[in-house]
Design a protein around this ligand. Structure first.
Ligand SMILES: Nc1ncnc2c1ncn2[C@@H]1O[C@H](COP(=O)(O)OP(=O)(O)OP(=O)(O)O)[C@@H](O)[C@H]1O
Length: 668
């Protein structure tokens, strides 16, 4: 027994869930951690990456199962209760709505006989219509209470994932595009819920009921006419939605991302843009993306107009034929006059939501695309593996056991050990570190020097697991860093990165980011030890602890930013076992650099357990103070020993000193 509703869910399924690309191109994409096989569509989209720049933010096809799985993860018990309540409200609204045309039929039949009971039925009709509308409107509350928290949870998970993604992703990302990917999926949850559960499902229910009501009350010819109209309407809407409208929407999205990225890049680098007088070029690119966006929008609007026109023509024709059939019955006496408004009322009730079918199908499809993108991002393996995954990973040595927490430092065990470490950023790129082996002892001052590009910073990134070694292992307290939780590992470290990152917040907030529980005294001490006191708090620069330092710390000088970063590391230092300094004094004058060195010595001489220091530097003055110096060249250990030992050797270290003009000074 065919029903009007039957074609709807099945076709809706194929309409909403665009199948993944049929034939996979099987293009391997290396991520540094795993090699993913790309489907044809994914590869195509990658190729579409506007201008070849930017990190690949995963785009999705629409895979219903994975999207549903994601939605199920986001929903809690309350959501299910509210969903049931919401559907009950919509169902009741529709059911009450079905009764209204029957009330109108009675009213017209009574009034055609000049019976005043007709007035009562008119009032009942109005009440039923009002109640149906009120019930329908009240679905908004449960809808909002389901969608908003789910959207919030999704946004939180996406941001957490983005923060955890490996540095390679962030090195290549286009911030504007990534922000869009963060913004759209939470909205998509709301849209999908609204479109699918609270619109398309009720339409299916309504169509089924109206078909049977017409079949029993108006005859098979009217019912079949309505059925044919609905099917034609649906096919036309599907054809338009999948083709022209969908293509226009995709184009619109792509260039919307592109213009947002362009604006974001230009604003972030506005200083360089101005200095290079690149504003006209930036504006041209920006305008080109907007022009393409505008083409997509115009195409989208045209498609929507043609769609709406076609839909209106189909429904008007269907309504006309159905009413003619009923009118013929009234004339032949096999139906009452009241049957005409009844049939008109039932069909109108069906037509009303159908008008929005195309809109909702498009919305639902777009929401599915956005959610699939979110799911692809969430399941991306582009982050150092956390413990649960690490346990599943085939270990290179059977003695390595997955641990939840790092054991405390043990007597005689090196704090950090590099064991034959090989590393490169991506497959196909040259090796940056080639078979490195060395140890750092607890409390040791360990300095790494070497020419630019020799792999010093890369080495420093392997300890906190910003990247993982490709071969060999990095051990912390005797345990492979891949076998401990990231949080536990990073709690033991304080890092001053080469590129200082400062938040657009007050100085105090920037400091407390490093250690939220730090007291004012501890912060003041860190500011003193980092040499910031004179520059900032004396009032010469006008900055205080409450001063906002500006986007990426633009209100601070390069040296001040570096000292702020140093102060943050010093704040963390007492709770940590290793302080990593990557070119921490590169932007400082000789006097301030010396002051920081003294602060480090103070830290080391402070009572109790002092952290070891791993300093990566070009400033060989620092190497003089070190317990151990390692000279790195082309990713290999060239020399190793104390400053004096290396001087005596007269090898690569001495060459570096000579090149820096330090040798003569030291000889004097
Ligand atoms: N994210 C990255 N992706 C690909 N290659 C990278 C990346 N970061 C660095 N490299 C490459 O790795 C090599 C080593 O870089 P690294 O920053 O470790 O050198 P470095 O010794 O610290 O240099 P410097 O003293 O100039 O800071 C360089 O050739 C660099 O181009």
């Amino acid at each position: 027994m065919a029903s009007v509703a039957l074609p709807l869910p099945c076709a809706a399924h194929s309409l909403l869930f665009q199948p993944r690309a049929g034939r996979a191109i099987q293009q391997p994409v290396t991520t540094g951690y795993s090699v993913h096989r790309c489907s044809g569509r994914a590869a195509q989209r990658r190729a579409q990456s506007i201008d070849g720049r930017g990190a690949h933010v995963p785009h999705g096809g629409t895979s219903p199962r994975s999207v549903w799985a994601l939605l199920l993860e986001l929903a809690d018990g309350r959501c299910w209760v509210l969903l049931g309540f919401g559907l009950l409200l919509v169902g009741s609204s529709k059911t009450v709505g079905f009764l209204a045309p029957f009330a109108m039929r009675k009213a017209v039949n009574f009034l055609s006989r000049c019976d005043l009971q007709g007035l009562t039925w008119l009032l009942i009709f109005a009440a039923l219509k009002g109640l149906s509308q009120a019930l329908n409107n009240s679905k908004t509350a449960p809808q909002a209470f389901i969608a908003r928290p789910m959207g919030r949870r999704l946004a939180q998970r996406l941001l957490a994932k983005l923060l955890a993604l490996d540095l390679q992703f962030h090195a290549l990302r286009r911030t504007g595009e990534v922000l869009r990917k963060l913004e759209r999926p939470p909205r998509a949850v709301d849209t999908l819920l609204r479109a699918l559960l609270f619109t398309l499902v009720p339409i299916a229910y309504e169509s089924t009921v109206v078909f049977f009501l017409l079949l029993s009350k108006a005859g098979i010819d009217v019912a079949v006419t309505v059925l044919c109209t609905v099917v034609t309407y649906f096919l036309f809407t599907s054809w338009m939605s999948v083709g022209w409208v969908a293509r226009a929407r995709k184009k619109e999205n792509r260039f919307d991302d592109a213009q947002a990225s362009e604006a974001n890049d230009a604003l972030l680098n506005c200083e360089s843009v101005r200095l290079m007088t690149a504003a006209p070029r930036v504006l041209r690119r920006f305008d080109r993306f907007w022009w393409q966006l505008q083409q997509g929008q115009i195409s989208s609007d045209l498609a929507a107009t043609v769609l709406a026109g076609g839909q209106q023509a189909i429904t008007a024709l269907g309504m006309g034929v159905a009413l003619l059939l009923v009118a013929r019955r009234v004339v032949t006496g096999s139906a009452s006059v009241g049957d005409v408004p009844m049939v008109q009322g039932l069909i109108s009730q069906l037509w009303a939501p159908l008008q929005f079918l195309g809109f909702y199908i498009r919305q639902a499809r777009q929401a599915l695309v956005d959610l699939e993108e979110a799911r692809a991002l969430l399941s991306s393996k582009r982050s150092p593996l956390e413990l649960a995954e690490a346990a599943e990973r085939p270990t290179q040595s059977e003695e390595l056991v997955a641990l939840h927490n790092l054991p405390p430092c043990t007597e005689g065990c090196p704090l950090v050990e590099f064991r034959d470490v090989w590393f490169r950023y991506e497959r196909g790129l040259p090796w940056v570190l080639q078979g490195l082996s060395f140890c750092i002892q607890p409390g040791e001052f360990f300095v790494i020097v070497g020419p630019s590009g020799s792999g010093k910073s890369s080495l420093g990134r392997l300890v906190p697991r910003l990247f993982d070694a490709c071969e060999g292992s990095v051990l912390f307290n005797g345990v492979d860093v891949r076998h401990v939780t990231l949080g536990d590992l990073r709690e033991r470290l304080a890092v001053v990165p080469q590129d200082v990152v400062v938040f657009n917040a007050s100085l105090r907030q920037n400091l407390s980011m490093a250690r939220p529980k730090a007291t004012t005294e501890e912060m003041t001490e860190a500011i003193r030890a980092s040499g910031l006191e004179k520059a900032l708090l004396s009032g010469s620069s006008g900055l205080t602890m409450q001063s906002v330092v500006g986007e990426r710390g633009l209100r601070l000088s390069g040296g001040e930013r570096q000292r702020l970063s140093f102060a943050r590391a010093l704040l963390r230092a007492p709770d940590t076992e290793l302080l990593i300094l990557d070119e921490a004094t590169s932007a400082l004058d000789a006097e301030t650099g010396q002051f920081l060195l003294q602060s480090l010595q103070e830290l080391r001489q402070g009572g109790g357990r002092t952290p070891a220091i791993l300093a990566i530097t070009h400033q060989l003055q620092m190497a003089k103070e070190a317990d151990q110096v390692l000279v790195l060249q082309e990713g290999k250990v060239k020399e190793r020993g104390s400053h004096e030992e290396l001087l005596q050797k007269g090898g690569a270290y001495c060459d570096l000193l000579k090149a820096a003009g330090e040798k003569a000074k030291l000889d004097e």
